[in-house]
Design a protein around this ligand. Sequence first.
Ligand SMILES: [Zn+2]
Length: 122
Amino acid sequence: MLWIDTKYAGLISPKLDKWKVKQTNPFVANFRCPICGDSASNPNKARGYLLQHKNSMMLKCHNCGISMGLDKLIEKLDSSLYQQYKLEKFEKNLRKNLSILNLNLKQKVSKTFQILSKISQI
Ligand SMILES: [Zn+2]
């Protein structure tokens, strides 16, 4: 579900100073770390990174050394956006599980018809 994380990285980016997308595949963005505030003496230092990690994204800071998931970063910066993010992830999981159930059901119905057709030939 990388596209959801990519979408929410974009939505949270106005809250991150010096935000700059360095590359898109795999995704890397650089900004001032909102956890430690980055350098107090140099306002241009930006040592926070949002990095693609498998199918999600992680914050890593080369100043304070923190490492956390995008969900925790969103939760810290914008609680209403965090609620939207959780809901969208939940919906996406639900749709995926429903399509698996639907597929299993179709396979069972198909198998039942095959058995019925064999019985009718007796
Ligand atoms: Zn930091």
